[in-house]
Design a protein around this ligand. Structure first.
Ligand code: 5GP
Length: 114
């Protein structure tokens, strides 16, 4: 069996993190290195390493992650605006090979991103 990802270790309670939300399909934590006042990671329990490796069978899961991201952003005070990001691959800065949706908000967010 492949080594657990950092996020699987958090899910198993082996690495501490503040769980903001969880359901049967996913969980959400505060990013350890926040880039905005609100910076969550919405993480599927199923390990899809990269968005580029997701399949049609993952369509409902991917949609669910976005709806959870939306609900959390609104619930946590980002009705004025928030951003969802999925980094894919080295050039995009992906560092954890376990698909996750960043949710950023709580300040004006520049565009284009870096
Ligand atoms: P990526 O760069 O792959 O898009 O995003 C990975 C994110 O996971 C980064 O923003 C990083 O700060 C966050 N991260 C890495 N290790 C941990 C950890 O142990 N705990 C938490 N809460 N976040 C982590």
């Amino acid at each position: 069996m492949a080594d657990k990802t950092i996020f699987q270790k958090i899910e198993a309670g082996e690495i501490p993190a503040k769980i903001e939300y969880q359901d049967a399909e996913c969980f959400a934590i505060r990013d350890i290195n926040p880039q905005a006042p609100l910076h969550l990671l919405v993480i599927p329990r199923k390990v899809v390493p990269h968005l580029s490796e997701a399949s049609a069978a993952d369509a409902a899961l991917l949609g669910h992650l976005l709806l959870v991201a939306r609900d959390l952003a609104l619930k946590l005070g980002c009705g004025d605006g928030f951003r969802t990001v999925i980094n894919n691959g080295k050039n995009a800065g992906e560092t954890v090979p376990h698909l996750h949706v960043h949710v950023l908000g709580g300040r004006p967010l520049g565009w284009p991103p870096g």
